[in-house]
Ligand binder design. Structure first.
Ligand code: NDP
Length: 300
């Protein structure tokens, strides 16, 4: 298997899982190293023969050390769109293309709402920076009809990925441990989330060869747990699991100033996302609810 960005938080979990299933993984990275090839090598020499390819590369959107400005936004786009394009072009040019091509994007394509529920079949049009990014990102991964007959295309749109070794939890654990955790903004906004093991499981499932022939359009799976939680419910459950109070709400305007309003919106607004097709495909979540997920992540 070839994994762009396989060195990251989700990629490390996926690599562990695929190795346990007997696969060999080649990580595509900016840096050369053992078990890795670089993006420049893929561009010049093509994709090594592999059964499946996935792209997980992207500059971290929640990097607290980076100011929300044009240069950061440019990096967020190019790190995702360019790597995705390189992989899609290498797949199309390969004499032995992989059977599956999985692109991991995000739920930012769905417009935040307290009421609307989104499934993979929901129609959406870009409405802000992040949804435009998802549009461009998913378009960059699209294979021509000819290539799509040989390689199954899958798009997985995860919510906030929860796990001990990265993502949102890594930044939240210290304030929550100190009893300084609290709801963000109103707290009523939906908080779509998934345990990192389940996301790795959905990706591995998508990478597996299937019997039916691939369609020319990508199969889309929402990578979110089926429990529809709000930020308030998440905050209270994390506090309970850690046995810490969560009495200090973080006002929306503070996040706007600290993170930039477009980025703060990821935290202060949210989408009710349902993993309809993911469940229909037969995938079984190991962590379908917050109690089980948070217990695994911080319980010990
Ligand atoms: P990470 O932040 O761990 O980054 C993954 C990899 O991307 C890194 O290991 C790095 O690989 C590569 N990367 C980082 N910056 C750049 C850059 N500027 N240019 C090219 N490559 C870069 O990501 P996650 O594992 O958390 O997420 C995987 C994917 O899932 C990402 O695309 C992310 O947007 C998406 N996603 C993640 C969510 C989350 O909560 N974590 C939520 C929703 C979507 P290397 O150093 O080897 O080049």
């Amino acid at each position: 298997m070839a994994a762009g960005g396989g060195s990251g938080f989700v990629g490390r979990e996926l690599t562990r899982l695929l190795k346990s299933k007997g696969h060999e993984i080649t990580v595509i990275s900016r840096q050369p190293g053992p078990g890795k090839i670089t993006w420049a090598e893929v561009e010049s020499a093509g994709l090594p023969p592999c059964e499946g390819a996935v792209n997980l590369a992207g500059e971290n959107i929640m990097n607290p050390l980076r100011l929300w400005n044009e240069s950061y936004k440019k990096d967020l786009v190019s790190s995702r769109v360019n790597t995705t394009r390189i992989l899609a072009q290498a797949i199309a040019a390969s004499p032995t293309p992989p059977l599956s091509w999985v692109l991991v994007t995000g739920v930012a394509c769905y417009k935040p709402s307290l009421q609307t529920q989104y499934t993979e079949e929901s129609k959406w049009t870009p409405f802000d920076f992040l949804s435009r990014l998802v549009k461009e990102w998913e378009a960059a991964g699209q294979l021509s009809e000819n290539s799509a007959e040989k390689t199954r295309q899958v798009i997985i749109r995860p919510g906030a990925v929860l796990g001990r070794d990265g993502g949102a939890m890594k930044q939240m654990l210290i304030p929550f441990w100190l009893g300084l955790g609290g709801t963000l903004g109103s707290g009523r906004q939906p908080f779509p989330w998934i345990h990192v093991s389940d996301l790795a499981g959905i990706i591995a499932y998508a990478l597996e060869p299937k019997e039916e022939p691939p369609s020319t359009e990508p199969d889309v799976f929402n990578g979110v747990a089926p429990a529809l939680n709000t930020n308030f419910e998440f905050t209270k459950e994390l506090g309970r699991t850690l046995k810490r109070p969560t009495i200090f709400p973080v006002p929306g305007f503070f996040l706007d100033v600290f993170l930039g309003s477009e980025r703060a919106a990821i935290l202060t607004q949210g989408q009710k996302v349902v993993p309809k097709k993911t469940l229909e495909s037969g995938f079984e979540f190991q962590y379908p609810n917050l109690t089980a997920a948070l217990k695994e992540i911080v319980g010990n």
